[in-house]
Design a protein around this ligand. Structure first.
Ligand code: IFM
Length: 441
């Protein structure tokens, strides 16, 4: 790696991230069905119809996984607590086994000197609530608030930071308009409602957390750096619209209590009545912002119906196994933009950044030099953003280990640690060792 820990401020946190459904093994411990279990069961939605029933069996193997975090020299661990594991029906009866599990997990982090960074929602909508409309139903905000109270009452006393929702664009747009993620809808009315309710649920949870005395609360947004493919007016307009729907809707909602006009032009007629009255709840003060960053998009004008005038163009940068262009400068641009235009001195954490690669075990090892460069270049981009005034306080690599990559099943490998999905054996990759050395320097 081209950096050392000593290049960063003494209080800067290095960590790795995971999410419950992607690693735990959802069939264990009395968890209820989620909309991912049912989405994966319908043909064509997920590669090979795979689901998170077993995943990495982190539910039983978590001590070994936390040891891997500690041995790498990480300071913090970003994990998520599954709503359907704690409340199998989404509300009502609590699954004590689920609460006990998260209790053990958090104690395990503290015993190893790892700061717990919790995400409340990383995409496991309980099926019973999906039956009632899930994110399209306004009541989701109070259901989510109740879940927040229950899990916080059990583990909140030991948590360093809480993020309410992971990647609301994926929760709302990718899942209700593009149909690529559960619940797999392609419906603009459901999308407009989900775009709003996901932020209303964030606001509701912020209020509950504050009332419970929690002091380090934020949200995790995903950003794609938007660039016009050329200098034409059509490409510039397409980039603006993409930026409004993908990026600005969420950051401007939670920091300013407004939605960008370019996005309201698309969703306005389908928004729930009286949405304006919720904006104060949505934009209450936060303690930190989480930035997930993977790639850029090159935009051009499109006449396709439903495109909002937005088309994409293939760039010529090297790509990851996901087909995403590798563009570390986009992380620098995003972090400095957040500080300059939206959050000022509020702490920012890079809560996800990483690459998928078709890793193979050869002679008992995984050699992944592209991942070493990827992580190194993005960590250096983060350092540059700090030097230019962004108050970035942490960097979490996605992901600690190979896991369930949603609609791509187990095909795309993001981990620093290789997982054999037959034996479930963990094997640290060359990138894990390189990161460990950099953190020790
Ligand atoms: O695996 C996902 C994660 O759940 C959310 N952010 C992006 C990652 C890679 O696609």
């Amino acid at each position: 790696m081209k950096f050392s820990r000593s290049d960063f401020p003494a209080d800067f946190l290095f960590g790795a991230a995971t999410a419950a459904y992607q690693i735990e093994g959802h069939k264990f411990g009395g968890a209820g069905s989620t909309h991912w279990d049912t989405f994966a069961a319908a043909p064509g939605n997920v590669v090979r119809g795979e689901n998170g029933a077993l995943a990495c069996d982190h539910y039983h193997r978590w001590p070994e996984d936390l040891d891997l975090l500690k041995e790498a020299g990480f300071d913090a661990y970003r994990f998520s607590t599954s709503w359907a594991r704690v409340l199998p029906e989404g509300r009502g009866t609590v699954n004590q086994q689920g609460l006990d599990y998260y209790d053990r997990l958090v104690d395990g982090m503290l015993e190893r000197g790892l700061k717990p960074f919790q995400t409340l929602y990383h995409w496991e909508m309980p099926s019973a609530l999906a039956d009632l409309g899930g994110w399209a139903n306004r009541d989701v905000a109070s259901w989510f608030g109740d879940f927040t109270d229950i899990i916080t009452a059990r583990i909140g006393d030991r948590i360093s930071a809480i993020g309410t929702i992971n990647e609301p664009w994926c929760v709302a747009y990718l899942s209700h308009y593009l149909g690529h993620h559960a619940p797999g809808l392609r419906d603009i009315r459901a999308t407009a409602r989900a775009m709003h309710h996901v932020l209303l649920a964030h606001g509701e949870a912020m209020g509950r957390l504050r009332a419970a005395g929690m002091k380090n609360n934020g949200i995790v947004l995903n950003f794609t750096h938007a660039e016009p493919a050329d200098d034409s007016a059509g490409s510039r307009a397409a980039a603006d619209t993409f930026d409004a729907v993908f990026n600005r809707w969420f950051i401007e909602g939670v920091t300013g209590g407004t939605y960008p006009q370019a996005a309201l032009d698309l969703f306005g007629p389908h928004m729930p009545a009286g949405w304006q009255d919720d904006m104060a709840t949505i934009s209450q003060p936060m303690d930190w912002l989480g930035v997930n960053y993977y790639t850029r998009a090159l935009l051009t004008h499109s006449d396709a119906p439903g495109s909002g005038g937005v088309g994409t163009v293939e760039g010529d940068l090297p790509r990851t196994q996901m087909g995403w262009e590798i563009y570390p400068d986009g992380l620098y641009q995003t972090l400095t933009r957040m500080a300059r235009d939206y959050v000022g001195d509020l702490p920012i954490h890079v809560t996800e950044n990483g690459m998928a690669r078709p890793d193979l075990v050869e002679n008992g090892a995984v050699y992944d030099p592209e991942r070493i460069d990827f992580a190194s270049d993005h960590i250096l981009a983060t350092r540059r953003a700090i030097a230019d005034g962004a108050n970035v306080k942490g960097f979490f690599y996605w992901s600690l280990m190979d896991n369930y990559e949603w609609a791509f099943g187990y095909e795309k490998r993001f981990g620093l640690v290789h997982v054999d999905f037959d034996s479930l054996k963990r094997l640290p990759k060359a990138s894990y060792t390189a990161l460990k050395s950099a953190l020790a320097r």
